[in-house]
Design a protein around this ligand. Structure first.
Ligand code: RB5
Length: 146
């Protein structure tokens, strides 16, 4: 499984911690930046991660900003992306089981490291349930065509 992670200045510290956590757990994870706490525009980094996931360079993306909101808005504009802002493990599990999300967004000003670890664990370890959810996800993607 190949994963990319991206962030803005507000998400930098949590990104570093989550990168180390997943790297130490054997995940193939690529850091797409930004690489410091100096103010940057989150749109650039969110777009890069989302586009790379849409282009199948990675299976999943993790994007972190202050709230998770701005980066999720950017990511969801990219064709093929289903980005979910998650603030707890349950949301992350449901984002995979019901929505087949391929990007998880988190807010470093909203959650702490412990919760963030739980979210990425749940997101990366949970599969899509398919079944009745498949038609709904297909409908989501059909909206992109119109
Ligand atoms: C940066 O100050 C902040 O606006 C950004 O990290 C994010 O929360 C936007 O949605």
């Amino acid at each position: 499984m190949k994963i990319c992670i991206a962030n803005d200045h507000a998400g930098y510290e949590l990104k570093c911690q989550i990168f180390d956590y997943l790297n130490n757990h054997g995940y193939d994870i690529t850091d797409l930046g930004c690489h410091g706490k100096e103010s940057v525009d989150y749109t650039e980094f969110a777009y890069k991660a989302a586009k790379d996931v849409a282009d199948k360079r990675y299976d999943f993306g993790i994007i972190i900003c202050g709230t998770g909101l701005g980066v999720s808005m950017v990511a969801n504009k990219v064709k093929g992306i289903r980005a979910a802002v998650c603030t707890n493990e349950f949301m992350a599990k449901m984002a995979r089981e019901h929505n087949d999300a391929n990007v998880v967004c988190m807010g470093a000003r909203v959650i702490g490291l412990g919760v963030a670890k739980g979210i990425v664990d749940a997101f990366l370890e949970t599969g899509f349930d398919g079944g009745r959810h498949k038609a709904r996800v297909d409908n989501i993607m059909r909206v992109e065509e119109n």
